[in-house]
Design a protein. Structure first.
Length: 403
């Protein structure tokens, strides 16, 4: 177990280093290319923002497919990553927004499947008392590589005009390196469920395990509140100012990179190890409530700032909050699910993340057209606060007392 844990951890650091380059190039600059160079309309921007969530919805059935293939989990994840790399490598050969949208969406679907598979690898290879810290170090490496590469992406995009083809060459190569690491991570095939689950798959756990279903309601409320702001954060920075005060800040690509990557990522790096240790030691509910408080203040400060320093402070608070939120999202089911059932529970959690990931960007853009950035931020904060109340209602539940 110790040797497998060490090998997994070393390869995870390599995988996350290259994944940081890929994900920041894909999610941040993929959207920026659509806004700045392809002049995407509201529909395409919202669809790009939520396309990755489509893959999440099908996780309960992807898990069944993994079990049916009898492939080791990490090997299956590597095949999915390889397909994503192929799709991204085709982007420079097409210039229309529709083809760009199809390739980016398909690539995003592939990328979104992998985290749900990796929780099984962590459950198989890491001791329960080290999972949070192991994942925190990997995420720190991912964030650091993304921070450095994204500043370079923003710098060169400002100087290469409308030529963004090199961006996709770089992130494709990074994806291939991440794929090689995935193929070498040790793991076991998934065992098929003891009982035939039918067409709903693991989704029946929402009803069978009432505590799990209640916590998923809290995750859904919080997730909608936060995800609706994600594409709007770039929109707020890159959009042109207007006289009403509801427009964006009109920042350059380099400034966008400094805010969304450097301020955000530096805070995320500095806080990740602390969050990892807290996750391994604290019960889940107080851990989650602390994170939500950070996210509320981050959202309000970010969208009420009209200058570079203010949005950097908001982005830094968001980085602190999401540094722990990523750990919680990836590992919380290991504190609740019965041993050996972590993947089934995670697949349901991931699937519902997909549903809110599709709904929330459209909701965010719709709210923005009616009330502007500041009021939208208060609505987001209100939803996150509501989730705190739902989480807190089961604070003392015996299944959630393990640290």
């Amino acid at each position: 177990m110790v040797d497998r844990s060490r090998k997994t951890f070393r390869l995870e650091l390599v995988r996350e280093f290259f994944l940081g380059i890929l994900e920041n190039g894909f999610y941040v600059f993929g959207m920026l290319v659509a806004i700045r160079f392809l002049h995407a309309g509201e529909f395409f921007k919202a669809m790009l923002a939520c396309s990755s969530s489509i893959g999440l919805i099908f996780m309960p059935w992807v898990i069944q497919l993994v079990a049916w293939t009898r492939l080791p989990v990490s090997r299956f994840a590597g095949c999915v990553m390889l397909l994503a790399c192929l799709l991204l490598s085709l982007v420079p050969y097409f210039s229309g927004i529709k083809t760009y949208f199809i390739l980016m969406s398909a690539g995003g679907i592939c990328l979104s499947i992998i985290p749900g598979l990796m929780v099984e690898v962590y459950a198989q290879n890491y001791d329960p008392k080290e999972r949070g810290q192991r994942l925190a170090w990997a995420l720190m490496v991912c964030t650091f590589s993304g921070m450095v590469s994204s500043y370079a992406f923003g710098y060169f995009l400002d100087r290469t005009g409308s030529d963004y083809s090199w961006l996709f060459v770089v992130i494709t190569v990074a994806g291939l390196a991440s794929t090689l690491a995935l193929f070498r991570i040790p793991s076991q095939p998934l065992e098929p469920p003891a009982e035939k689950e039918g067409i709903l798959g693991s989704m029946s756990l929402i009803v069978k395990d009432r505590l799990f279903g209640w916590l998923l309601l809290a995750w859904m409320t919080m997730g909608i509140g936060m995800i609706m702001t994600f594409p709007l954060r770039i929109e707020y920075l890159a959009g042109e100012p207007d006289l009403s005060g509801d427009g964006g800040l009109g920042m350059t690509n380099e400034q966008v990179a400094l805010v969304t990557v450097f301020a955000f990522s530096l805070a995320r790096i500095l806080s990740s190890i602390l969050w990892g240790r807290l996750f391994d030691r604290l019960p889940f509910i107080p851990f989650r409530v602390m994170l939500n408080l950070f996210l509320i203040f981050a959202t309000l400060i970010y969208f009420h700032s009209d200058g570079f320093v203010g949005v950097c402070i908001g982005a830094a608070l968001a980085g602190i909050g999401l540094g722990g939120a990523t750990i919680a999202w990836n590992l919380w089911v290991t504190k609740l699910a019965p041993v050996g059932q972590e993947t089934r529970y995670m697949s349901v959690h991931v699937s519902l993340t997909g549903f809110r990931g599709i709904l929330a960007p459209f909701l965010g853009y719709w709210i923005l057209t009616w009330v502007g950035f500041q009021a939208m931020a208060w609505i987001s904060a209100g939803l996150v606060f509501t989730s705190i109340l739902i989480f807190s209602s089961v604070w003392r539940h015996e299944r959630l007392q393990n640290g």
